[in-house]
Design a protein around this ligand. Structure first.
Ligand code: TMP
Ligand code: ASP
Length: 241
């Protein structure tokens, strides 16, 4: 079927709009140029940002599909758009950390930029009003945000994704510091990786210079956010040549 978007806007978030299509199981995703941080307290718009995050995310989801990680991603349909399977999102943000930085250091007083002996997996409850609080497996199970089977599969997939992405970025001179994933269930009950993987949701540091090439440039007011995102896109293009 030739998928066409409808004008029926189903959802508008901080970074994306979701439209219904002529297939009830398929959504039309349109990336926005807006950038937010600290739960929306810091806001800006950057022309060209949406095209970069969409294209980077499409590229990385395609790599996941090719590596037997089931995802919601179907195909890119334009610079700013792609189509994806409709899913019910599990309300957990899964963060994987390879090096220490960000909220981990703030919360626990841990030193910055230390490589962890193994990846650290954390769960956050996806609720903007509460500021996405840190939670344990026990909270996730007890309050029914997930179940034992799904949660162990989510963790297995997240760690596999970390290995695949880590090697890919290493091959283009970038350290995958940490990142956030979201998972969902399709209407037939299949668990899939969803949302996005981009410099908005990952931390990328240049291997040689340790320069930050992700949304921390915006969070910390380091300048040239677009240049950093473009650099990630360019290097990924080189990775497949
Ligand atoms: P943190 O150090 O602020 O907890 O962030 C860990 C990783 O998760 C980092 O790569 C950025 C990403 N992240 C999101 O994608 N969305 C969010 O809302 C937050 C807080 C972090
Ligand atoms: N994505 C979150 C926000 O929009 C937080 C962050 O990435 O820092 O506020």
């Amino acid at each position: 079927m030739n998928i066409q978007p409808s004008t029926n806007l189903l959802y508008e978030g901080k970074a994306k709009k979701l439209f219904a299509t002529n297939d009830p199981e398929i959504l039309w995703v349109e990336y926005k140029n807006s950038l937010t941080a600290f739960n929306g307290q810091l806001k800006d718009s950057l022309t060209g940002k949406g095209a970069l995050t969409n294209q980077i995310s499409c590229f990385l989801f395609d790599q996941m599909n090719k590596n037997d990680i089931p995802t919601h991603f179907v195909e890119q349909t334009g610079e700013l758009t792609h189509i994806a399977k409709k899913v019910e999102i599990i309300p957990l943000e899964v963060v994987i950390r390879n090096l220490t930085t960000g909220s981990l250091c703030k919360r626990l007083g841990i030193k910055e930029k230390i490589r962890l002996p193994r990846p650290l997996l954390e769960l956050y409850y996806k609720d903007d009003d509460l500021g996405d609080p840190f939670v344990s497996d026990e909270h996730a199970l007890l309050f029914g945000w997930s179940n034992e089977n799904d949660l162990s599969e989510v963790k297995r997939m997240a760690l596999k994704i970390n290995t695949i992405l880590g090697e890919l970025f290493d091959s283009i001179g970038i350290i995958l510091v940490d990142f956030k994933l979201e998972f969902g269930k399709t209407s037939d009950g299949k668990l899939v990786l969803a949302d996005e993987i981009s410099p908005d949701t990952c931390r990328f540091w240049d291997k040689d210079t340790m320069e930050k090439l992700d949304k921390d440039r915006f969070r910390q007011d380091l300048g040239d956010v677009l240049g950093a995102y473009q650099e990630i896109f360019n290097r990924l293009q080189d990775a497949i040549k």
